[in-house]
Design a protein around this ligand. Structure first.
Ligand code: FES
Length: 108
């Protein structure tokens, strides 16, 4: 069985599909391709702008701030794209940071 060196990333809410090298942090690989499917901020896990929800696929993450990703959210597939490394093709939703801001504005 061979392991694919390329992972296909489908960002469903933006209708964008692109390929990144397996084992490279998603946000950095995406930025190299000039893709804009996920918001890019600090690139270090501090701002939460790159929050995504993985709908399908395997991935690993480095430590993520609980201020942006709670344990419950991590269990549901939420992650920071700058801390996420794809291990297979992924299907995900971006803009979750923006959605939270919109929800707060709607509540005011
Ligand atoms: S870009 Fe800031 S947390 Fe990912």
């Amino acid at each position: 069985m061979s392991i694919k060196n390329i992972c296909q990333i489908s960002v469903t809410n933006r209708q964008q599909v692109f390929q990144v090298p397996r084992g490279e942090p998603l946000l950095m690989a995406m930025a190299k391709l000039s893709q804009r499917a996920i918001h890019v901020g600090c690139r270090g896990g501090g701002c939460g702008l790159c929050k995504v929800k993985v709908l399908q696929g395997d991935y690993q993450t480095k430590r993520m701030s609980k201020a942006h990703i709670s344990e419950e959210e991590a269990a549901m597939g939420f992650a920071l794209a700058c801390r996420l490394t794809p291990l297979s093709d992924l299907e995900l939703e971006s803009d979750h940071f923006q959605l939270r801001k919109q929800q707060i504005q709607q509540a005011i």
